[in-house]
Design a protein around this ligand. Sequence first.
Ligand SMILES: C[S@@+](CC[C@H](N)C(=O)[O-])C[C@H]1O[C@@H](n2cnc3c(N)ncnc32)[C@H](O)[C@@H]1O
Length: 312
Amino acid sequence: MREALAALLHGVSRADLARRSAAITALYRAGRGSDVAIADRLDALAYAVARMPATCAAVAEALRRLREAAPDLAPASLLDLGCGAGAATRAARQAFASLTEARLIDRNPAMLDLARELAAADGLAVEARRAGLDEAAGEADLVTLAYVLVESPVAEAAKIACAAFARARAALVLVEPGTPAGFERLRVARAALIEAGAHLAAPCPHALACPVAAPDWRHFSVRVQRSRDHLATKRAEVPYEDEPFMYLALTRAPVAPEGARILARPRRDRTGVALRLCDADGALRDLVIPARDREATRHARRLDEGDVFTPR
Ligand SMILES: C[S@@+](CC[C@H](N)C(=O)[O-])C[C@H]1O[C@@H](n2cnc3c(N)ncnc32)[C@H](O)[C@@H]1O
């Protein structure tokens, strides 16, 4: 993706990109959607350079968890709803060698044009269509909805998520920013999708009520190395950024239960390992594994936030 993007940036002023990126960030932070924030090709390029590496990495992490829970999943087709510049398509292509076709849907023409170009440079046969989520036609084995619910009111999250699930022959993956607004939409979508018959593959180890009750919320985090263009566009100096995100991976067929989910970075010290878990019985639990329990501690020290925990 870096090479494909770099080719599209030929002749584009990095100072202009940085200015556009800052303006886009300010609009997103003020709660405005991409329809306001992304007005033309330069905006779409600024989004792609500044945000796409992180959104792509977050979707890749959600897809990795989906694959862990449903290892036999081999989708041939993808429907990327609210595709933007095609971050989820890119992540899905890398996660599933089985993927042969992708349909990308977005109402923003500048984003869609860029998605079409980037996916073509990626060697994937794509159909990119300008449309609203409510008009997106057809089904696919895998459907993605990444960083899209947050652009609609919470009251619409259930309807949008269930419509996306209706198009998913095998699996649906929702990814949202790791913010209270993102979590709230996923909480609402989760309840509606369970009601609609979806099976939770990850991260939830159960289909009971979410124990992270409002106003509490959670996020996971994924680290992204910054390219030179990324550093320049974000006027950043640190060579990496941590993207906070939350996700739901759902399947049409039931998946075998895996174990409890680790919700936060484990605390490791001389006394042992402390894990914050969401358990299969629907409760949150703090588990401390004492250092004297050597086998269990060795196992727990290898685990990180987002991993599944099964006692040893
Ligand atoms: C923040 S961007 C995320 C893009 C991409 N999925 C990603 O993860 O980088 C949200 C995208 O969803 C699109 N979108 C939001 N609501 C939509 C709707 N109702 N119909 C079609 N597209 C929509 C926007 O145009 C925008 O391109």
